[in-house]
Design a protein. Structure first.
Length: 834
């Protein structure tokens, strides 16, 4: 009986799912439309009502302060017929109903007025803590008579839009749109290429739409899109227009599988495409290429929209590239997606300082047997990600980049930038959107190749962590997790705990190198048999380790608890603790790139502890001796003896007696005895400084102001002169931008209050960025730091000064790049044409 009920239920569910009404329009919880400076409600061309901001009353969804401002109104051209003009800084504050991601759209159109020179107005706009535009000026865009539409996406629970005129100028706004978005419109994780590891997109990252393209189809305006977006034709971006042919089908034939919500893109985007022109060429082996000019020094989300309505009998199979890097090779759209199904894929591309473009290419795979050579693209979106400072406008690094180039009298330096440019400098990251149910389209083995070696979001739950009883340790070549081992086996592996095999001594006892019969080399941590002190820590560690498995955590192989013996067995880390590679030993010093890679590895391990396991785990003893290196200098986090489960959902912290290591302790934790994962972030900040300066966190032998590494280094960092105190071995080999990013990241980790500190995910993101910056630099000057280019510390100091003097240049260049990024959203419609 119950089986029948279940069956009926399933059938019913199936019906509900398959007859999902696609036509149903998305109805946002927040949908605030404002006609700035207007005296009445106006309808836009898509039929939406924009309320005037003249008299905000108690019921209106926003407050404008200060309230009294100048307005400009002309006849009736919709929202562009009026503007509010600001002579001083002013702020719109909005009531947001739903804490989720929102579109924030700002419309600018300078109305001709005898009173105000709106066209030449220079002003800045902030949304909450995000800087959207700095010293923006319409006149510098050279747009003729079209309006500018800026579109951003933020996760909001409150919103303030602040408009600030530059000194002696005014600011203006024509219209504002605030629309809450379906949460699955932005992917949760991203994978970096070529490293291929996936990182979370922190929820606080904002996006700015810079291009939204309906490939092979007409421009679409807001009435054609369920989220009132506009789409532009791809022709202006095609490198060779003769390489493509229009393809189109009836939009009503497009199907949206459950994994692709209809609001991802309208069916008219999926119903048009560009395919390879056959162009009566015998050789069909070419790429279709599009070039998009973007602002350098930012990361971009690149979203491809695909729908195959072209192939009939044969399979369609092609490669996809971003900036000459293969991101899908090949993409088997016929097998993965199926005819007429909408499909989309996201990637993250880094555009370094010395590049200003994103090159998107599709083309047939090299070896084409029994397939027609063809490739299609239906739509493309490019969104800029806000940086660590919540900034969308130009980076400081740009100025110094220019400075560096100028410093080189030798012309080959610049040539080197250009030619090495695209391949090694444009570093790209790829992501697969992991929308629920997505596995229907991408099976695990595809993902494995794509996201290798590790995805921090992979949930390795407790399910596979049964502690097996004995005996396959000697036979099983695969080091399983948490096996109980016989003491006799361990004694044999360590030659009866031979003193010559001791590789370390910790609070818990001695650590030996051991070799099992099957050749497995391990580290054996044996508690001092005379002390029972370690029992709690011993249990904690086994409990923790059995739940954890990650490429950047030291693998736990097994344990033994017999009579008085407590032994833990780990994979052997041939490189030993990180500290030994930094100071106090005669190991060769690590290069900056190696140090960054080690920090990234350790950050990945901690990020996994914080977010990857079923419960948040706080390490509590992050320090350079607990970060171990293997023979290839891959960093792994070790020693979970003090670890604690993090706060549960309804707690914000764990109260606990303060434990940890002197010099690394989070001051807030110390004061309030409330533990959160941000305490690890603090300790990790100390590790970053230790890595940079190659000295202990506390060194009482030094002059008083230098004893505490954090105080000392943060002093230099706040003066912008961190490069003065870096490990002398690094002098001349470190990219100043990489160092600046690294220093800023460490500073944020070391914030006094835990709420001001970034998550490990953010830290990871920024360290990877610092690495990209270093690689950019290395590919220009060479890994060894060619002495012709960089001459050690004195050189750095003068460069820092140069940055400060280049402020004017920065703002100019920001305006230059703005042209590229805002044109899309401005060419489309001429307000006069409405
Ligand atoms: C709003 O202002 C315009 C332009 O000054 C004017 O034509 C129109 O009549 C005004 N409407 C209202 C309701 O005051
Ligand atoms: C705008 O430019 C002025 C002068 O160049 C500068 O002082 C000011 O800080 C800039 N505003 C912003 C928000 O960057
Ligand atoms: C392809 O479509 C675009 C947009 O509809 C149109 O402008 C263009 O003329 C078309 N090209 C051809 C060859 O039909
Ligand atoms: C876009 O919307 C306009 C107005 O509703 C309509 O006339 C036009 O056919 C639509 N275009 C497409 C491609 O759907
Ligand atoms: C297509 O572009 C990629 C990346 O730029 C390149 O490696 C490949 O050789 C190109 N293929 C053809 C056929 O030109
Ligand atoms: C990337 O591709 C473009 C266009 O095909 C080409 O001009 C450029 O040289 C390539 N860069 C590298 C480093 O291969
Ligand atoms: C080099 C770069 O990434 N972007 C800009 C930096 O500033 C210079 C000079 O203004 C511009 O030419 C670059 O485009």
């Amino acid at each position: 009986m119950s089986a029948i009920c279940l069956l009926l239920l399933l059938l019913l569910l199936h019906c509900i799912v398959s007859f999902r009404p696609i036509e149903a329009l998305f109805s946002p919880k927040d949908h605030i439309l404002i006609n700035c400076g207007g005296n009445e409600t106006v309808l836009s061309a898509d039929g939406r009502a924009f309320l005037p901001d003249t008299l905000p009353d108690a019921s209106s969804p926003f407050v404008l302060s200060p309230t009294s401002h100048d307005v400009v109104r002309v006849g009736s051209s919709g929202v562009y017929g009026s503007a509010r003009v600001f002579r001083e800084a002013a702020e719109y504050r909005f009531r947001i109903r739903q804490k989720e991601r929102h579109f924030v759209r700002l419309h600018f159109y300078p109305i001709r007025s005898s009173l105000y020179a709106m066209k030449s107005a220079v002003f800045s706009v902030m949304a909450n803590e995000y800087t959207l535009m700095r010293n923006f000026s319409y006149s510098k865009l050279d747009l003729g008579e079209s309006f500018v539409l800026k579109e951003y996406i933020f996760r909001l629970e409150r919103l303030s839009i602040k408009v600030t005129p530059s000194i002696g100028s005014i600011a203006f706004l024509n219209a504002i749109e605030i629309i809450s978005l379906p949460d699955d419109l932005i992917p949760p994780v991203a994978s970096t290429v070529p490293s291929g590891t996936s990182v979370e997109i922190p929820s606080l990252v904002g996006f700015e739409t810079v291009f939204r393209i309906n490939v092979g189809g007409p421009a679409l305006d807001s009435s054609n899109d369920s989220l009132w977006r506009i789409w532009e034709n791809d022709h202006p971006f095609l490198v060779i227009s003769a390489s493509v042919r229009n393809a189109s089908t009836d939009p009503n034939l497009i199907r949206y599988p459950a994994e692709v919500p209809y609001y991802v893109a309208p069916n008219s985007v999926y119903a048009t495409a560009h395919e390879m022109a056959d162009a009566s060429v015998s050789n069909q082996n070419f790429n279709i290429s599009w070039v998009f000019l973007v602002e350098s020094g930012f990361q971009y989300l690149v979203r491809f929209h695909f729908c195959d309505f072209i192939t009939t009998t044969e399979n369609l199979l092609f490669n996809v590239y971003i900036n000459n890097q293969s991101v899908l090779s090949p993409f088997d759209i016929s097998n993965k997606v199926g005819l007429f199904n909408a499909y989309f894929l996201d990637f993250i591309a880094d555009v370094p300082m010395n590049s200003d473009r994103i090159l998107v290419q599709i083309g047939p795979p090299r070896v084409m047997v029994n397939f027609p050579a063809n490739a299609i693209l239906n739509g493309l979106e490019i969104m800029k990600l806000s940086d660590l400072n919540n900034d969308f406008d130009v980076h400081i690094e740009n100025a110094s980049g220019v400075q560096m180039a100028k410093n080189q009298k030798n012309g080959t330096f610049i040539v080197a930038i250009c030619s090495v440019g695209m391949s090694s400098l444009l570093v790209i990251a790829a992501i697969v959107i992991l929308f629920f149910g997505y596995h229907r389209y991408i099976n695990e083995s595809d993902l494995a190749g794509f996201l290798s070696p590790v995805a921090p979001t992979t949930h390795l739950g407790n399910s596979e962590t049964k502690i097996s009883t004995l005996s396959d340790a000697s036979s099983g070549a695969s080091p399983g997790i948490g096996q109980l081992l016989a003491f006799s086996e361990i004694r044999e592996a360590t030659k009866n705990f031979d003193e010559s095999l001791v590789v370390g001594i910790g609070g818990f006892g001695k650590v030996y190198k051991g070799v099992f019969e099957n050749g497995l080399v391990v580290a054996v941590k044996r508690a001092n048999p005379r002390s029972q002190q370690g029992l709690t820590e011993f249990r904690t560690e086994i409990e923790m380790l059995s739940k954890l498995q990650h490429h950047h955590l030291v693998s736990f192989i097994g344990y033994c608890h017999e009579a008085n013996e407590m032994v833990l067995i780990y994979e052997f880390m041939g490189g030993g603790p990180l500290r030994k590679h930094l100071y106090g030993s005669d190991l060769p010093p690590l290069s900056w790139k190696q140090r960054l890679q080690i920090c990234i590895g350790a950050a990945k391990g901690l990020h996994y502890l914080h977010t990857g396991a079923s419960e948040t785990i706080i390490h509590r003893d992050v320090k350079t001796t607990n970060i171990l290196l293997d023979d290839n200098l891959i960093a792994k986090v070790a020693d979970f003896g003090l670890s604690k489960m993090g706060p549960t959902v309804d707690q914000t912290h764990v109260s606990t007696a303060v434990k940890g290591s002197f010099g690394y302790l989070d001051p807030e934790y110390f004061r309030r005895q409330q533990l959160t994962e941000k305490s690890d972030v603090y300790s990790f900040g100390v590790v970053l400084l230790e890595v940079l300066c190659a000295r202990p966190a506390i060194n009482p032998a030094l002059p008083r102001d230098q004893v505490n590494l954090v105080e000392w280094a943060m002093n230099w960092q706040k003066q912008g002169q961190l490069e003065q105190i870096i490990d002398p071995y690094l002098a001349g080999t470190v990219s100043l931008y990489s160092l600046a990013k690294f220093g800023a990241t460490a500073e944020k980790c070391l914030a006094e209050y835990s709420m001001d500190r970034p998550s490990m995910g953010d830290v990871l993101w920024n360290l990877e960025y610092a690495l990209q910056l270093q690689e950019t630099f290395s590919s220009v000057v060479g890994d060894g730091g060619s002495t012709n280019c960089m001459l050690g510390l004195p050189e750095w100091i003068s460069q820092v000064e140069n940055i400060e003097n280049e402020h004017d240049m920065i703002s100019v260049s920001s305006d230059v790049t703005d042209v590229a990024t805002s044109r899309v959203f401005s060419q489309l419609m001429n307000p006069k044409g409405r």
